[in-house]
Write a protein that binds this ligand. Structure first.
Ligand code: ADP
Length: 401
């Protein structure tokens, strides 16, 4: 039996997972996979450490209506009965909202679970999906170590001014502040910055996490000082199907003039806007780049323009800029998007090396560029595995003393 740490990243209709050995700290997990289409037509796929597709025997036991919780216990059963014989010693969870006070990973017990539940109103679309696997694993085997790693935690170093909205102050007291998200991705990038940028790593850096969801983080000395996402993961950049920063008066207009309900507006802003809404074609950047339609081009242009505007806004909290880092699906893979965003910022002295950019190289700016531009693949699962391993190690040491 190989002792292993399971990392779970539960989204609205999917559970991504990765399995790591307890004993070592490899960059590549033993198994990586995903259950998608939850609630509709679930599909399971997994690859092993060599990148080979694994036996999908688990598919047979997936019920169409299975919930996140049920599927999580089935996944553990599948892993434990697997030929290799993995013993899941601990499970690390990505939890979207840690509120104001969770600024680092925590061991989950019944008290913590209650606190996570109390944060549901701050992230009603995401937090319940994160909590369901935790609850079902507690029922399956209460002795297994479970750790919550928060997307908001990395931003708890932001100064108060960046957290405040210009609303009556009682709202801030009640928790209506800028929390920021994608913190596990930013934490990973912060941890490897010196490998890419050497001494510049401690300087003034904007990290652009451009995936289906997209946000920016301004870092100084590798800590968050500002971020583009706010109270919810709707704010800031234009995204795959989320609107990003819009005039809040539009919400009033939709309610008062168009008679839309809160649920309808929520669906519009989260699921029908962004690249999908503007193009009318797709939320998928690759599909839009390959399309010849004028609407697709306008959606891509708006995405890049908005991203550049938001990057420029972060120069105020940073008081300048030394480097930009691109990461996540679009940031890591699309030379065209990086070139277009940097083109809007050429007045800052950004000079892109076209060949390096086309090759997705580690550094894509020329030597004489006033600002260094880098591409760094992110690894949120690795961050969660490492945090879970650290708590396991503490337990082991406490057991010995
Ligand atoms: P998620 O937020 O779901 O984790 P990802 O980080 O996987 O998203 O990013 C998904 C996005 O990355 C999609 O819009 C996809 O089209 C885009 N993407 C992936 N590869 C490329 C590429 N080569 N060029 C442009 N966009 C790409």
């Amino acid at each position: 039996m190989i002792d292993a740490i399971l990392v779970l990243n539960a989204g609205s209709s999917s559970i991504k997972f990765a399995l790591y050995p307890v004993a070592s700290e490899p960059r590549n997990p033993l198994i990586r996979g995903k259950i998608e289409g939850i609630g509709r037509a679930p599909k399971f796929h997994a690859t092993n450490v060599q990148g080979l597709k694994m036996d999908d025997g688990m598919l047979a036991s997936i019920d169409k209506s299975s919930s996140h919780g049920v599927l999580t216990t089935q996944l553990l059963d599948w892993l434990e009965q697997h030929d290799e014989g993995y013993k899941i010693t601990a499970v690390g969870h990505r939890v979207v909202h840690g509120g104001r006070y969770f600024s680092k990973p925590v061991r989950i017990d019944k008290g913590i679970l209650k606190e996570l539940g109390a944060l549901i109103s701050l992230a009603p679309l995401h937090q319940p999906n994160n909590i369901a696997p935790i609850e079902s694993l507690l029922k399956r085997d209460g002795r297994i170590l479970q750790v919550a790693c928060f997307d908001t935690a990395f931003h708890r170093t932001q100064p108060r001014l960046n957290e405040l909205f210009a609303l009556p102050r009682r709202y801030a007291d009640e928790g209506v502040i800028r929390y920021g998200f994608h913190g596990l991705s930013y934490q990973y990038i912060a941890s490897v910055l010196p490998e890419y940028l050497e001494e510049q790593a401690e300087g003034r850096i904007v990290v652009a996490h451009l995936g289906n969801g997209a946000s920016l983080c301004a870092m100084r000395t590798r800590k968050s000082v500002a971020t583009s996402m706010g109270f919810t993961a709707l704010d800031g950049l234009m995204m795959g199907s989320r609107c990003g920063n819009i005039d809040p008066g539009i919400v009033l207009f939709l309610m008062q003039d168009r008679g839309m309900s809160a649920d309808q507006i929520q669906n519009l802003l989260y699921n029908e806007s962004g690249l999908l809404g503007v193009s009318g074609i797709s939320n998928n950047m690759l599909a839009l780049l390959e399309s010849s339609s004028i609407e697709a081009k306008e959606a891509v242009d708006l995405f890049c323009y908005r991203a550049a505007c938001e990057i420029a806004a972060l120069l105020v909290p940073l008081r300048g800029l030394d480097a930009i880092v691109f990461t996540a699906g679009i940031g890591e893979n699309s030379a065209a998007i990086r070139a277009q965003i940097c083109g809007h910022l050429d007045w800052l002295g950004i000079d892109i090396n076209v060949d390096a950019n086309n090759a997705n190289s580690r550094i894509i700016s020329r030597g004489k560029s006033r600002i260094t531009v880098s591409v760094i693949p992110t690894d949120e699962e690795g961050v969660i595995a490492e945090a879970t391993r650290a708590i396991l190690r503490d337990d082991g040491q406490r057991g010995k003393s």
